[in-house]
Every structure is written in C-alpha cells, then in structure tokens.
Design a protein around this ligand. Structure first.
Ligand SMILES: [Zn+2]
Length: 474
C-alpha cells in the first residue's frame, strides 16, 4: 500500500502524474515487491517513461515492455558512495570495465574519488570527459584536497558540481609517492582544509580517511615479521587504535568549523567504539559513517593474503560483528565498495609479495548480494534498511536525492530486481581478481534497469547499454 508523503486522495491506488490505468508506459514492472527506503516493503507496480519512474501503483500497468516480476524484489539502483574508477591506466577503459561490474550487480550510480597533485581547473574537466566516454552508470566526483591551490579552487569546484571533498589523514609521509604533492597531510593542513570549507558548510561534505600514520609508523618498527601471516601483520602495522584516534581528531576539528564530516571506510571495533561515543556528544553538524563490504564479511583470515591488502586493513576475526551492530543500529549509514580495479599482476609480485602502495581491490557490484547474504539471511537485517544504506543515504548525503535512492514518482528509473532465493558464486566476471573468489551467496541481482532501460539480466549485460552521465551536484 502506498503511504508516502502525498495525500491519499491524489495517490489512492495510483500515484504518479495523472495517467489513467490504461496508459502505456515504456516499461512496466508488475506484481513486484518494492523495497522502498522511504516507505518500507510492499507489493505493487512501477511504470516508467522518459527515464523516470512515472507511476507507482497497486494496479497492473500496461507497457511497451511489461514484466511480471512476481516473487522479485525491486530496490532503488545502488548509489555506491566510494569508488576509485579511473584511478589507474586509461581512465575511459577503467570506467568501462568497472561500471560493467557495477551494472551487473545493480549499482547504477557512484561517487568517484578523483585526486591529483595538479590544479583541478586543469584536470577535472578532462577527467570527467574521459570518464563519460566509458561509464555505463551515472557518476559524481569527490575531489581530494591535497595542495593550497586546491583550497583556493573550492568555489570553482562547487560551481562545477563537486560538493564533496576528501582529506587523507593516513597519507602523511606518502604525499610524493601517492600523488606528487609536496604539501604535508598534517594536522596544520587539515585545519586549513576545514577553514577553507567553512564558508560553504551548508552545501559541502568533507570525507576523511581516518588513520594516524605516526602511530602506524611507530608500530611498524616494533613488529616481528617472523611466523606471522601477512594479513595479521598488516593489521598490526596499521592497527585499529590509529583509526580510532584519527576519528576523534577529525570529529573535533570538523565540528569546530561546523563542516559536515563523512568518515569513510570504518574498519574496526575500536573505530566503531569511537563513533558510538562521538554520536552521544553534542555536535553542530552531522557526522556520517561508511563501512565497506570487506570489513563486514571477511577478516585477516582471508585466504588471499597480500591480494587482500587494503588501507585500513582487514581486521582480526570478531571486529566485523561489532561493525554489523552499528550497521543494524544505523550509526553506520552507508556501505561503499572502495573499488580499485587492480589486476592480479599489479597487486602481487610473482613471488607473492605485495606490490608497494598497491592497496585496495575490485569489489563494485558485490555489495547488494553480500548484504543480502550476511545482513538479511544471517543477521535479519530488514530489507528497507539494506535499501537505505546502499542507495538512499548516500544519495541524501551527497546531494542526489530524490532523483537517486528513491522509488517515488519523479525519481530516475534506476532499479535492481533481486531474486532472494537464488544462489550464485562470486565474483563478477569483469574483475581480474577478487578476495571473494569461491564464495557463494543467496540473493541474485536478476535485472538492472537504468534510466528506464533493462541493461543487465541474470548478470549478463545487454548490448546497447547507454553511457551514464556526470552528476553535477549543488
Ligand atoms: Zn577509497
């Protein structure tokens, strides 16, 4: 039953733009179970035309294409808040390969981190053009703030649709190697970043990678590599308290400037404890917290060793249960993939060592199935909560709602249909390597609809999928 914000009179049995029941939609999904992040789970029909959801109805609708979706769930297309499409090699090709996986797995929009030591006035538009030539999904950009010139460019970036920015606490000491900047990512520059964003605090979000590299450097020297598995050692070298301490600092400094804070990729029980304590303190602005599937569903026992190296690292068994508690409580409100499309050979040397600085792995497109398996099946996570943390919350935080992250009339017709009973084996075929290889999950994305067109079916891409667009925000 429709029980949205609109009056019952306008929307009794049929909510939309005034079409009668005989109206022919371009695409109609009938008898589908809507997993509506705003209104819960209910059975109805969705009529789509001109790339948007035109109608939500309790009646069966007519369409140029009409699909009987009995027994299937319709989620809003996923909005992945954290990806690194185009981070290496040819930008267009990386977008193409990564977004093929995204589409198969029901991801129809993403926010992409773009960072460079060069000015954005020279680099942003070429990056967007190259991305648009390959991306099969809609994408917005978060920009890393890495130099004093970047801070001066903030008004220009906002004009160009970038309203979220990133500060990398963990990269202090690695600035040259990572992005060729001579500006230290220290606390002084962090304060400068917050001061530069403060005049725009009503329209921007600051995403922060919370790790204190001085602590990690201290631990690195005190750990004996002998007899320790790679992922255990890597966790000890980049320990949870380095994350927790950095969260306290990021919250303190950003709150002082009144700048909304988005903690990316929360990984540890100790970090979750910091979040819990901070959420109980008065604060001027919101603090949102993201985690990633890999911190929820795997740990240092992952059999792929160096291939599973990521920062922050996979944690010891047990930490993920604490993160689940915070996902279920809503304190962690988004799940982002942190997708980096490394090939196996770029990640691990022939003798099995980690290639220096090759942190991260391909993951986009797996989020929904992993949450259905580990969240819903194993921990009774409500379906509407899965829709909230995979689409609506990211869309709201990053200025894309209600076009994205919603199943209401007027939203973009981006939908993923799921068969909850069907098993499949990860990974998606577009990824050269996956830390989930061999894992079976129940909950298959059987169809992805993007802009009112069916673009993937049964994990297979339809030919002629259209390119996505750049999401100019603000
Ligand atoms: Zn990342």
């Amino acid at each position: 039953m429709w029980n949205g914000n609109h009056s019952r009179k306008q929307y009794s049995r049929h909510s939309g733009f005034g079409h009668g029941v005989d109206y022919m939609y371009e695409l109609a999904l009938n008898n589908v179970t809507l997993v509506d992040p705003d209104n819960g789970v209910w059975c109805g029909s969705i009529g789509m035309s001109d790339g948007i959801i035109a109608t939500i109805s309790e009646d069966v609708l007519s369409g140029d294409t009409a699909i009987d979706a009995t027994g299937l769930l319709a989620f809003p297309g996923l909005v992945d808040p954290h990806t690194h499409f185009g981070m290496k090699g040819n930008v267009t090709e990386d977008f193409q390969a990564s977004t093929r996986a995204a589409i198969r797995g029901g991801v129809t929009s993403a926010l992409v981190f773009f960072r460079t030591g060069h000015p954005y006035k020279e680099t942003l538009e070429p990056f967007i053009e190259q991305a648009r030539a390959g991306s099969l999904i809609d994408f917005g950009i978060h920009c890393g703030l890495l130099t004093p010139e970047h801070l001066a460019e903030i008004p220009w970036l906002i004009e160009h649709g970038v309203t979220s920015f990133k500060f990398y606490m963990g990269y202090k000491g690695f600035e040259k190697a990572r992005y060729g900047s001579s500006q230290a990512m220290d606390d002084g520059f962090f304060v400068d970043v917050i001061a530069a964003l403060t005049p725009y605090r009503d329209k921007v979000v600051l995403a922060v990678h919370c790790e204190n590299p001085e602590l990690t450097a201290r631990y690195r020297h005190s750990i004996s590599p002998q007899g320790t598995q790679f992922l255990d050692r890597f966790n000890q070298e980049n320990p949870p308290d380095a994350e927790a301490e950095a969260i306290w600092k990021a919250a303190f400094l950003s709150n002082r400037g009144g700048v909304p804070l988005y903690v990316v990729h929360l990984s540890s029980a100790e970090g979750a404890s910091a979040v819990r304590q901070l959420k109980n303190l008065p604060s001027k602005r919101p603090m949102w917290v993201e985690t990633c599937p890999h911190y929820l569903v795997t740990d240092t026992s992952n059999r792929f060793g160096p291939m599973a190296a990521v920062l922050p690292p996979l944690r010891a068994p047990g930490d993920n249960e604490v993160l689940w508690e915070e996902v279920l409580s809503g304190a962690i409100c988004t799940v982002g993939s942190d997708h980096c499309s490394y090939q196996r050979s770029e990640k691990v040397t022939e003798d099995g060592q980690l290639v220096p600085q090759a942190f991260g792995f391909g993951e986009v497109g797996h989020t929904l199935s992993l949450l259905l398996e580990e969240g819903r099946r194993q921990r009774q996570m409500p379906l509407a909560d899965i829709a909230r943390c995979t689409s609506r919350n990211s869309a709201k935080i990053f200025g894309l709602y209600p076009s994205k992250g919603s199943l209401r009339p007027g939203a973009d017709a981006d939908i993923v249909l799921v068969d909850l009973e069907q098993e499949w084996s990860l990974p998606l075929p577009d990824l050269d390597m996956s830390i989930y290889e061999g894992r079976t999950v129940t909950g298959l994305p059987v169809m992805t609809i993007k802009g009112g067109r069916v673009v993937a079916q049964g994990l297979t891409l339809n030919s002629g999928a259209k390119l996505g667009r750049y999401l100019h925000r603000g």
